[in-house]
Design a protein around this ligand. Structure first.
Ligand code: CA
Length: 248
């Protein structure tokens, strides 16, 4: 008995935005290997760029090399631990890179199953049946304040603490990602993105844009353009992944 195999297509785009002098976001994906990742680096000077690039390179390499049939969430967690160690060690050896780290949102797919993992405030969403759902939960101070009822969503958007993330890849000797198992249906559209997109565009606007009947590349460019038109205060990265038809 064979199970259904879901076919994916993907596109991604990153942009410096309108205010920053460099781009500390990074992305990588391989449709063949079912690996899709967005990182948003942080740290002084060029350290943020180093951290996000290291994370993407290490995760792509390790997850492409994973053995066929390896349980995916475990493979992802091991790769994340290894990438965390690589960044942490590099930062410890070089004072210019001290304290560097990065957020992470990762989607890992098999023939018929997928998992999303996140660290920090880069997000993963799913559009299904025209409805947008945020899959990941930010590891940020304002998210914790909203959840505990201390502030509301509108206050969170204005909070001077909205940049404070409570978990990052590479800043501590160990880190744990949150893991979200996904049931995939043909037609599902996934968005992985940095906060430079979600700070500028409301979920309602994201939903209406993701419903547009456009090729994924064009849709990525449309999202980046909209975030820039809304101010482009930060680097902007989006990665789109569509689950297509199945074969038995
Ligand atoms: Ca950012």
């Amino acid at each position: 008995m064979s199970s259904a195999v879901i076919h994916y297509s993907a596109a991604a785009c990153t942009d410096r935005g309108r205010k920053r002098s460099s781009n500390e976001d990074a992305f990588g994906f391989s449709v063949d290997h079912g690996v899709f990742v967005v990182c948003d680096g942080m740290g002084g000077a060029a350290a943020g760029e180093v951290a996000s690039a290291l994370a993407v390179d290490e995760l792509m390499r390790l997850l492409k090399e994973r053995s066929a049939g390896a349980p995916l969430p475990e493979a992802a967690e091991q790769a994340i631990m290894a990438a965390n160690g690589t960044i942490f060690t590099r930062a410890a050896r070089n004072p210019k890179l001290s304290g560097m780290g990065t957020t992470l949102v990762l989607l890992l797919a098999n023939a018929d199953r997928a998992w999303m993992l996140n660290i920090g405030d880069s997000r993963g969403y799913r559009l299904r049946g025209g409805k947008l759902e945020q899959i990941t939960v930010d590891h940020s101070l304002v998210e914790e304040q909203v959840r505990s009822g201390r502030i509301n969503l509108a206050e969170a958007k204005r909070s001077p603490l909205r940049n404070v993330i409570t978990r990052a890849l590479g800043t501590q000797p160990t880190v744990t990602a949150d893991v979200f198992p996904l049931e995939i249906e043909p037609g599902d559209l996934f968005l992985l993105c940095s906060d430079g997109l979600t700070r500028e565009l409301s979920d309602d606007l994201l939903e209406s844009m993701l419903r547009l009947d456009l090729k994924l590349e064009a849709l990525c460019e449309r999202l980046i353009g909209a975030a820039n038109n809304a101010g482009g205060h930060d680097n902007i990265t989006c990665l789109l992944l569509r689950a297509g038809g199945t074969t038995q």
